[in-house]
Design a protein. Structure first.
Length: 129
């Protein structure tokens, strides 16, 4: 009974670290609107995920920031896209030690910032998305 009414406990093994990876960076760049958060280069991302794995963090979610954006979010499914490259690199770095999650929202990949493909009149086209 005590276990059922006990306070919730969250440990490191319950965490998922959100990380940003930006195409074309040579070094991490701070995100001014989020103190303590950076957009990573591919190399700094590898180091960060290795450090998190060593601390026991079981998972990361990657948010990609491509160099080129368009109305259709084309970079989102480019095999050489920023997140796709990062996922392959991280799998080589950490193997199965960390669950790798990729954000699949199109907002970072579109030039209009919406989470989907737009119709000619500017509405989100859910079927095409």
């Amino acid at each position: 009974m005590r276990r059922l009414v006990a306070e919730a406990r969250i440990g490191v093994d319950d965490l998922v670290a959100p990380l940003f990876v930006k195409e074309g960076l040579d070094a991490p760049e701070p995100v001014p609107s989020m103190p303590g958060v950076v957009q990573h280069s591919q190399e700094s991302l590898r180091k960060e995920v290795r450090a998190l794995a060593d601390l026991g963090v079981p998972a990361v979610v990657l948010f990609g920031v491509p160099a080129v954006k368009d109305a259709h979010g084309s970079a989102a499914d480019d095999p050489d896209g920023v997140v796709q490259v990062a996922l392959r690199s991280l799998r080589d770095e950490v193997g199965d030690d960390v669950v790798l999650i990729a954000d699949d929202c199109l907002d970072e990949y579109t030039d209009h910032g919406h989470c989907g493909v737009l119709t000619d009149d500017g509405e989100v086209d859910n079927d095409a998305t």
